[in-house]
Design a protein around this ligand. Structure first.
Ligand SMILES: Nc1ncnc2c1ncn2[C@@H]1O[C@H](COP(=O)(O)OP(=O)(O)OP(=O)(O)O)[C@@H](O)[C@H]1O
Length: 481
């Protein structure tokens, strides 16, 4: 503003309304190219008179599928400022999995100050016509119509030209960091599953209490898994540098009750990711699988449980009664192995980064090697019977103890017999309200001894060989049938 003298400024100021009126009147008669030029000159004139910079954060970007993350982050950041300053507020998040969040209403403005620099934020609304004609072309296709927004808003940040470098650098970094932290702290995680009526993802609030602290496992292995997950979640730049899609696959395998589902919950709680539970037998064909994939969000875990039972990827499997029922409800799934492999790491898997794929199985040996090769399933995690160290985690969870005179006996029994963490946990649970630690430990010892006697005092190795032989016999019988 110091560029102009007081008198000149007064003259220019009083001429602006007249100029605007004249422009608006004649604009309709100008050819399109002239109109564009006039708009550019007009912007330049305004900028010369009021040297300010504006940055707009649109609710929807060029992507047809997603709300802008930056817009949501700004909204979270401005929440407390809006509550303190705006005359009109709006409840923007009244979903079942989120506490009520208030934001400034449309056409409101709030001010912010960071390290002595003042800026202002304005919330505007874009014309629906523009939105429908350009970014969201009218489509009858269900994914488009479901995702289309009826109107689009934006936040506009305005600040003096002289602070351009500071605001575009330090200030916006601060806004994004604060906004993300607020969003994360406020949001419950979601468990998505396919809605049978319309074939789209539907979700429930996910509040599973399992964490890696309470997960019973050998400490060294557990640490390695945690490190792997955390390294992945922070490796955006690294994945970009090596030219790889930012995703990682984990194969969890082991007998029933060894904690595969529990580990998925612990992963979600560690990273704050949502879970998509994919039931392959309910998916019609490869196209539907692709649609579901592109509608998953980043920061998520896509789970296929019991993948050996999901589809006939092995070509050897017999249908279970449950699958027969599903077939009757949904029709036969035409998802093929190649369609599924494309789902995991084809070109479409790159549409949103930061995703984890988890497959679980009780029979790893039955899976097609292509499905679980390294690079597709990067980490193979065997979850097996409870060891003494894992038992100690459960004892701490259930009874808050790290040692006990009965531990020696339990240690000895764990070296002799197999028991899943699920069974150990069940035995440690107090059976009555006033249950005590000694009764629980004795119950567990008794259960372990019963297994030992039942197994004919077989060693673990002998039991394993027997189980393998039995499995091979079953397969032979199946083949004959
Ligand atoms: N490693 C573990 N740490 C803590 N609890 C566990 C662990 N493993 C199993 N449990 C307990 O056992 C129960 C069953 O475990 P979970 O469902 O995770 O097993 P699973 O391997 O997924 O079984 P399935 O193959 O039958 O689906 C859980 O609710 C949990 O309480």
């Amino acid at each position: 503003m110091g560029k102009l003298g007081g008198e000149t400024l007064a003259t220019v100021g009083s001429s602006i309304p007249a100029l605007m009126f004249t422009c608006a009147t004649f604009k309709q008669f100008f050819p399109h190219t002239v109109k564009i030029k006039l708009e550019i000159w007009w912007d330049k004139l305004v900028h010369w008179l009021f040297p300010e910079v504006q940055i707009t954060f649109n609710e929807y970007g060029s992507s047809l599928y997603n709300r802008s993350v930056a817009y949501d982050t700004v909204e979270s950041y401005l929440c407390s400022k809006s509550v303190a300053q705006a005359a009109r507020l709006k409840a923007v998040s009244v979903k079942k999995d989120q506490p009520l969040v208030l934001a400034m209403d449309d056409y409101e403005e709030v001010h912010d100050e960071f390290q002595g620099i003042k800026v202002s934020w304005y919330r505007g609304k874009e014309s629906t016509d523009l939105l429908t004609n350009s970014i969201y072309p009218s489509q009858t296709n269900s994914i488009y119509s479901r995702q289309r927004a009826p109107e689009s808003r934006y936040y506009q940040l305005t600040f003096p030209e002289k602070h351009r470098e500071f605001v575009t650098g330090k200030y916006l970094k601060h806004v994004m960091q604060e906004g993300k932290a607020l969003k994360k702290g406020r949001r419950f995680r979601r468990l998505y599953m396919k809605n049978p009526s319309d074939g789209f993802w539907d979700y429930a609030i996910f509040q599973h209490p399992s964490t890696f602290d309470t997960y019973a496992m050998d400490a060294k292995r557990k640490k390695a898994i945690i490190n792997d997950l955390i390294t992945f979640s922070r490796a955006k730049d690294y994945y970009a540098k090596i030219g790889k899609v930012w995703k990682r696959g984990y194969l969890l395998y082991g007998p029933p009750g060894t904690g595969k589902s529990t580990m998925i919950a612990a992963m979600s709680n560690l990273l704050g990711y949502d879970i998509y539970d994919l039931e392959l037998t309910t998916i019609k064909d490869n196209a539907e699988l692709k649609t579901l994939l592109i509608n998953t969000k980043s920061k998520s875990i896509i789970v296929v449980e019991d993948i050996d039972c999901s589809l006939d990827f092995t070509g050897k499997r017999k249908e279970t009664d449950e699958e027969k029922k599903e077939k009757a409800n949904y029709g036969e799934s035409k998802v093929t192995l190649s369609g599924f492999l494309n789902f995991v790491d084809g070109i479409w898997s790159a549409c949103e980064g930061e995703r984890i794929f988890v497959f679980t199985t009780n029979h790893v040996e039955k899976l097609d090697p292509a499905l679980i090769r390294r690079g597709r399933m990067d980490m193979h995690i065997e979850l097996s019977y409870c060891c003494f160290e894992a038992f100690k985690v459960l004892a701490r969870n259930y009874w808050n103890i790290d040692s006990h005179p009965l531990f020696e006996k339990i240690k000895q029994l764990f070296s002799e017999v197999n028991m899943t963490p699920a069974d150990v946990a069940e035995n440690l649970m107090p059976k009555t309200l006033g249950g005590d630690v000694i009764t629980s430990l004795e119950t567990l010892i008794q259960a372990l001894e019963t297994v030992k006697e039942g197994a004919g005092a077989k060693t673990k190795e002998e039991a394993k060989v027997d189980a393998e032989e039995e499995e091979a016999k079953k397969e032979e019988e199946e083949e004959e049938v």
